[in-house]
Design a protein around this ligand. Structure first.
Ligand SMILES: [Zn+2]
Length: 97
């Protein structure tokens, strides 16, 4: 399992580029929040997905988020990466399927 460390500083998140690390983008102007993350596999891919607090936003693809940045959980599983990595983010850890 890979720890999903959440950064509060977007620039630092990009600079460190730690596999599995996160940056949460707050909702703006009625849009859903988003999660930026580096692929847990270490390939360096960075992706962003639309998330909703406790519910999947209407416009797919989207994920339901438990609202925590220190121990985030997403549903369903994440397969949104060029390398083909597929797994779950649960309680702050990435777990391959
Ligand atoms: Zn990867």
């Amino acid at each position: 399992m890979i720890r999903a460390i959440a950064f509060t500083d977007r620039r630092l998140h990009r600079e460190k580029a730690l596999p599995g690390s996160l940056w949460f983008m707050e909702a703006e102007g009625g849009e859903s929040p988003a999660l930026w993350f580096f692929c847990p596999c270490g390939c360096g891919d960075v992706a962003h997905i639309t998330i909703g607090l406790g519910a999947k936003p209407a416009a797919p693809p989207s994920w339901s988020w438990n609202g925590r940045t220190d121990a985030p959980t997403l549903t369903p599983s994440v397969r949104q990466l060029n390398c083909g990595w597929h797994g779950w983010l649960r309680d702050g850890y990435w777990q391959p399927v």
